[in-house]
Design a protein around this ligand. Structure first.
Ligand SMILES: NC(=O)c1ccc[n+]([C@@H]2O[C@H](COP(=O)([O-])OP(=O)(O)OC[C@H]3O[C@@H](n4cnc5c(N)ncnc54)[C@H](OP(=O)(O)O)[C@@H]3O)[C@@H](O)[C@H]2O)c1
Length: 250
């Protein structure tokens, strides 16, 4: 069906960074087919309607994918295999910032999505990436997971405790290194990507939380950064943890 297209799958594509990346990629060229994966098919359908109204050039489709549900991951991978026969780009974007009452619950929720979910999605789609002539695997991480930034009092930090979230993103960065070692020698370009502090539902759906008290930027900038990576503009930094400005220290 999409043999001539570059097939891109983005998890958590109905909102925030995932939505912005879907839009940037689908607007960039008629050659892209963006599969917008959402855990809620209703939210996915609403997102795809909004994106089509934005005047995109490429093709878009939705797929149900809950990264904490192994049967949902397996069904999505089987569907993409059937429809496209391969995957060129996987953006492992779905993530949460748990505000559960206890640290234990925060850690459990956050790891289930941000680490275990990301690992299982990458594992399930790796065989499809290996069928691509130029595959990319992006794990959407956060500077909040950088040990170097967190432990350096001289560096800018958001000041959030966000303990479980930070630990999950540090673990995700190690997952990226392992994926890069395993898949890199088979031609997959693997990155950990910090999209920057941008407006989204990550911190909550109220205006104050969405904008991080006015500090958060435009997620379209993150979408453009992700587009640049998958178009080869950051290939010099493959295997690294990158943001808009360069390479983030581990
Ligand atoms: N925004 C920032 O300032 C910022 C900064 C650094 C890193 N990040 C990272 O950017 C990524 C995207 O977050 P965002 O800021 O765009 O937040 P967001 O607006 O809350 O979007 C998160 C997306 O992930 C989805 N999701 C959550 N749990 C899922 C699951 N179990 N299975 C599938 N999808 C799931 C959400 O679906 P629902 O809509 O159904 O909840 C939503 O589509 C995350 O990995 C986050 O850690 C964001």
């Amino acid at each position: 069906m999409s043999s001539q297209s570059t097939v891109v799958l983005i998890t958590g594509a109905n909102s925030g960074v995932g939505y912005a990346a879907s839009k940037a990629i689908a607007c960039a060229s008629a050659n892209y087919h963006v599969i917008m994966a959402s855990r809620s098919i209703e939210k996915g359908n609403a997102a795809i309607s909004a994106i089509r109204a934005a005047g995109i050039k490429g093709r878009t489709s939705t797929i149900q994918l809950d990264v904490t549900d192994e049967s949902s991951i397996a069904a999505a991978a089987a569907r993409v295999s059937l429809d496209h026969g391969r995957l060129d780009v996987l953006v492992n974007n779905a993530g949460i910032y748990s505000q559960a009452a206890s640290l234990k619950a925060q850690l459990e929720n956050t790891f289930a999505t941000n680490v275990i979910g990301a690992a299982l999605v990458a594992e399930a789609f790796a065989p499809l990436l290996l069928r691509s002539a130029s595959p990319y695997l992006l794990h959407v991480s956060s500077t909040l997971g950088s040990l170097a930034v967190s432990s350096d009092p001289q560096r800018f930090d958001h000041g959030l405790d966000a303990r479980a979230y930070r630990v999950s993103k540090a673990a995700l960065n190690m997952l990226m290194v392992q994926d890069s070692k395993a898949l890199g020698k088979q031609g997959v370009k693997v990155f950990a990507v910090c999209p920057g502090l941008v407006e989204s539902n990550l911190r909550g759906e109220g205006e104050e939380q969405r904008s991080a008290g006015g500090k958060a930027g435009d997620p379209d900038v993150s979408g453009q950064m992700i587009l640049r990576i998958i178009e080869g503009g950051r290939d010099a930094d493959v295997g690294k943890f990158v943001d808009r400005d360069g390479v983030v220290p581990w």
